[in-house]
Design a protein around this ligand. Sequence first.
Ligand SMILES: C[S@@+](CC[C@H](N)C(=O)[O-])C[C@H]1O[C@@H](n2cnc3c(N)ncnc32)[C@H](O)[C@@H]1O
Length: 185
Amino acid sequence: MRQLFPLARPLTVEIGFGSGESLLEMAREQPRVNFLGIDVYQPGIGRLLQGIVEHDLTNVRLICHDAVEVFAGNLAVESVDRVLMLFPDPWPRKRHHKRRLVQPDFMRLVQSRLRSGGEVHLATDWPPYLEHMMAVMERIPGFSNCCGENACWESPERPLTRFELRGRRLGHEVRDLLYRKSEFS
Ligand SMILES: C[S@@+](CC[C@H](N)C(=O)[O-])C[C@H]1O[C@@H](n2cnc3c(N)ncnc32)[C@H](O)[C@@H]1O
């Protein structure tokens, strides 16, 4: 990551930023944090690049590629301070559950790229996916739920996202989860 950012600063990685409004807002509000956005949705990448140029931001980089491959091949062990996965595709049909991004193998890979004390912030508006996220995360040794066992984060610190706004309009209940990598995992 040192090659990507001019200044070595804490690194937040957002997986699946979509159209990128919330990533843009966070990067503007936290100029002393480096942000890496990973998504495969090209129109969103174009829109976000426009915002980065408009606001003259130097603390954001984007990668248009599968996040699983980026974590496996491009991010160094213990190099990331925070990972955001806000409203990953819920894949509601049972036969598609295996396509969900939050899976034990991937979350263990994410854990290996986090520094000790680093955090994973998850959000969803789909209750079965919330249960699935909790089941996956609570079973990985070395992650602890910052809000207590099986508890959600009631006042999450993040901007609203476009997907979330759509869900709220439809009456969906939004839930956030925050997990921390322990010192000795
Ligand atoms: C439901 S959208 C949510 C977008 C945004 N976080 C929001 O809340 O508005 C999920 C996003 O994850 C991206 N995505 C899904 N699987 C991905 C993967 N394996 N690697 C990178 N991005 C992925 C999709 O392209 C999409 O933009």
